[in-house]
Design a protein around this ligand. Structure first.
Ligand code: UD1
Length: 418
């Protein structure tokens, strides 16, 4: 989808929504197929533009890849280590994850600097420093990175200054092909890291400790094709819970895993929602009006996820009272604020925080999505607003939410792509 989404607000959402596999797991796993010889079957892949962009990169490298009914079939037996063109890299930020995988397979990778959401500086210095510690040489010229390892990759002890998700993934990928053992200290602990490790282990890798702050990878195993199912998308789950919350509705999110949302569910509860863990997933029953949540601060997992900051900020816009939201992961991740203000929200940005004073009602307006999660936050505000809201820049939203209009309509919303 590209273009606009039109929302007629004011309807409490009711019903159930089934959550697909996590985009943030599927993308690194697709990149990891570069390192496997033979066919892999990756189930529960979401039909998203970022997944399509990853498949394009795989095809470009010579992988035989297809997508049917949420399953990606990828066979990387015959690959060639061609440099990935900028147009493909620009499609998505996660393309940097191909760096570790291609380096592992070919001993050399050339790619242009990654694209994706413009939500602040997204440096890759931690990725590159770690690969250097593993024996890689890196040259950067005119936006192109050349990474090669004349003596092959070697295992290393790597201490990350920050538990970067992308850097942890790139190190894990490269370490699979290294001589000896790699230990990552202060590793990212996101469930998607565990999922990537599970895929790689199914393919023959020897990775321990994923999901904890210390990951150990025994290098040198031959990787083969395998079967894997991607974990459910905790961010999509939290986003649809937010849609129930902001509209005063009742929604069951089928497939959502409460253990991945341990710092998110209490936020909904303190906003006055009843949140129930059911055998199928999570159910949220919202009060007619939310209470403000005093303070939300984004943190690396298991802290409150940066990807749910914008959706929860939208909820706070119509809550009773004032809440403070502090973004600590990406300094520029307040691009949804101008749109929320246009809809009548009362938000002040000060000292790196958003101070959100809840208003009784929002009023529909034309707004523009500047990034993926911020775009969804504008949809949420539109669902709660009186009258019609048009969100342009909908292609950002398509990067992370499969069939967003159809899903919201199935919950009773009046939403359409136009
Ligand atoms: C981040 C989120 C992840 C989310 C994804 C998409 C965190 C910790 N990570 O992952 O949960 O799903 O965005 O929105 O919340 N950094 C450096 N140098 C580097 C790499 C990162 O300074 O080489 C800094 C970044 O500027 C940022 C922070 O580390 O401030 C988080 O980066 P990282 O976890 O690597 O980002 P993503 O992998 O994109």
């Amino acid at each position: 989808m590209s273009g606009k989404i039109e929302i007629e607000g004011g309807i409490p959402l009711r019903g159930q929504v089934r959550i697909r596999g996590a985009k943030n797991s599927a993308l690194p796993i697709l990149a990891a197929t570069v390192m496997t010889e033979g066919a892999s079957r990756i189930g529960s892949c979401p039909a998203l533009s970022d997944v399509r962009a990853s498949m394009e990169i795989l095809k470009y490298l010579g992988c035989v890849v297809s997508f049917r009914d949420g399953v990606v079939y990828a066979d990387s037996t015959e690959l060639y280590g061609a440099p990935i063109p900028e147009t493909l890299m620009r499609e998505m930020r996660s393309s940097i994850i191909f760096l570790g995988a291609i380096l592992a397979r070919f001993g050399e990778a050339r790619l242009s600097l990654p694209g994706g959401c413009d939500i602040g500086l997204r440096p890759i210095d931690l990725h590159l420093a770690a690969l250097r510690e593993m024996g890689a040489r890196i040259e950067e010229r005119g936006g192109i990175i050349r990474c090669y390892c004349p003596q092959g990759l070697r295992g290393a002890d790597i201490s990350l200054a920050f538990p970067s998700v992308g850097a942890t993934e790139n190190i894990m990928l490269a370490a699979c092909a290294a001589r000896g053992t790699t230990r990552i200290f202060n590793a990212a602990r996101e469930p998607e890291i565990e999922d990537l490790a599970a895929f790689l282990n199914h393919a023959g890798a020897r990775i321990g400790g994923a999901g904890s702050a210390e990951i150990v990878i025994a290098g040198g195993a031959e990787l083969h094709g395998c079967e894997h199912t991607v974990i459910p998308d905790r961010i999509a789950a939290g986003s649809y819970l937010a849609a129930a919350a902001i509209t005063g509705g009742s929604v069951s999110v089928v497939g959502a895993r409460a253990e991945h949302l341990r710092t998110v569910l209490p936020v909904f509860r303190s906003a006055g929602c009843e949140v129930t863990e059911t055998p199928e997933g999570i159910r949220l029953d919202a009060p007619p009006r939310l209470d403000a949540v005093n303070y939300i601060r984004t943190m690396p997992y298991p802290g409150f996820p940066t990807d749910l900051q914008a959706p929860l900020s939208a909820c706070m816009c119509v809550a009773r009272g004032t809440g403070i939201v502090r973004e600590t992961i990406f300094e520029n991740r307040y691009k949804h604020v101008p749109g929320l203000l246009r809809l009548g929200a009362d938000i002040r940005l000060e000292g790196g925080c958003a101070v959100i004073r809840g208003v009784r009602k929002l009023t529909g307006a034309d707004v523009e999505a500047a990034d993926l999660r911020g775009g969804f936050a504008l949809i949420l505000a539109g669902l709660a607003a009186e009258g019609k809201t048009t969100v342009s820049g909908a292609e950002h939203i398509d990067r992370g939410y499969e069939n967003v209009c159809g899903t919201l309509c199935s919950l009773g919303a009046r939403v359409r792509a136009c």
